[in-house]
Ligand binder design. Structure first.
Ligand SMILES: *Cc1c(COP(=O)(O)O)cnc(C)c1O
Length: 360
């Protein structure tokens, strides 16, 4: 037996399960399992990506100044309060690693992102799961779960896989209710789809302990590039930069993301299509007796009458070459999360579910 032992808690971490991308025996699949943008990134981003091939022998800038300035200009924020990472996942990791450790607690909610307990446990932090009410974050329950050991509260807004949101009033109440010794992390992976919501920028400005994370993986169509960012008070950014590797992002990532954020026209088109297709999808699913909440995101959570029905529907979809996401791990054994694809994808998935329902 080897005497090499991992740190306590590491082997208790359940491996992250991502949305599947393949079906055995099918060459053409429609992937609606990972909330990707069906139209891909802006052409300007693709051109920037290609251009960087000329300078791959060069190390990247360590300060990310160009990308931070582009984000600051686009969102009207202070570039000195931005940190960029390998996906927002890496920013979430910096936050957890920097502000919590053994003996501390990190709160997340029942249907929250499965990365939160993983990141907490990797840092020796105890993850505390708080129940949601009717598939929405329950602010009172979150506040009631806070103890002297709480260092971080993770909230996904809009939620994944629920697609539901907290109102501005509720978010403000949450931010005010969290003690100043704990961080409120607002994970804004889907903010672009929730029109009118600033993702928490104003809350970051108003508090010393609020952090917002954002990503290029969803609305910007760059999930494969791995880039995200965080917005927080300068003192917090200063801490996070100390655990960040200096060369965490390649020139390709930095320049592609910079071009992407500068092309708000493309983002607008993608968001508008998503809104239109999402509303169509929600209504079409309800028409065939599938329960679904209104979503403020780029996916919908379809709820079936039992775990068996969800599993059988998933199997029927796979038979038709369509991959959606089973979400038992997120507390919805009866659910299937379906990414809003383009118009034909939405029609295809509804047609397939409709046939499954009709066949029984
Ligand atoms: C997709 C997603 C992210 C983004 O992850 P990246 O590392 O930026 O690709 C973060 N949080 C939630 C809830 C997500 O669904």
């Amino acid at each position: 037996m080897s005497k090499i032992k991992p740190q306590p808690g590491i082997m208790d971490i359940a491996l992250y399960k991502s949305g599947e991308a393949k079906i055995a025996g099918k060459s053409e699949v429609l992937k609606l399992s990972a909330n990707e943008n069906p139209y891909g990134p802006s052409d300007l981003a693709k051109e920037a990506f290609a251009r960087t091939s000329a300078s791959l022998h060069r190390y990247p800038a360590t300060d990310h100044a160009g990308l931070r300035a582009a984000i600051a200009e686009t969102y009207g924020v202070d570039g000195d309060k931005i940190i960029c990472g390998v996906g927002s996942d890496e920013v979430l990791q910096f936050i957890t690693q920097s502000f919590a450790g053994p003996g501390d607690e990190a709160i997340y909610t029942e249907h929250g992102f499965s990365m939160y307990p993983i990141l907490a446990m990797a840092a020796g932090v105890k993850p505390i799961c708080v129940a949601e009410t009717d598939r929405r974050v329950d602010v009172d329950a979150v506040l009631a779960a806070i103890t002297a050991k709480t260092r971080i509260v993770f909230i996904t807004n809009p939620g994944n896989p629920t697609g539901t949101v907290l109102s501005k009033v509720e978010l403000t109440r949450l931010a005010k209710g969290i003690p100043e010794s704990a961080l409120l992390v607002l994970d804004g992976a889907y903010v672009e789809f929730d029109e009118g919501f600033d993702g928490g920028i104003s809350l970051v400005e108003a508090h010393t302990n609020v952090v917002m994370t954002r990503t290029f993986s969803k609305a910007y169509g760059l999930g494969g590039l791995r880039i995200g960012w965080g917005y927080a008070p300068r003192e917090i950014i200063d801490v996070l930069n100390r655990v960040r590797q200096p060369f965490n992002l390649s020139p390709t990532q930095l320049e592609t993301a910079e071009a992407a954020v500068m092309d708000q026209e493309w983002l607008r088109k993608c968001v508008d299509s998503n809104t239109k297709n999402r509303e169509w999808l929600v209504n079409a699913l309800r028409d065939i007796d599938v329960e679904v909440d209104n979503s403020r995101s780029n996916f919908v959570l379809a709820r079936f009458s039992s775990e068996d029905e969800a599993a059988n529907c998933d199997a029927a979809l796979r038979e038709d070459g369509i991959i959606v996401r089973r979400v038992g791990g997120y507390g919805f054994p009866n659910g299937l999360r379906i990414t809003v694809g383009d118009e034909s994808a939405c029609r295809r998935v509804v047609h397939s579910i409709g046939q499954f329902k009709g066949d029984r």
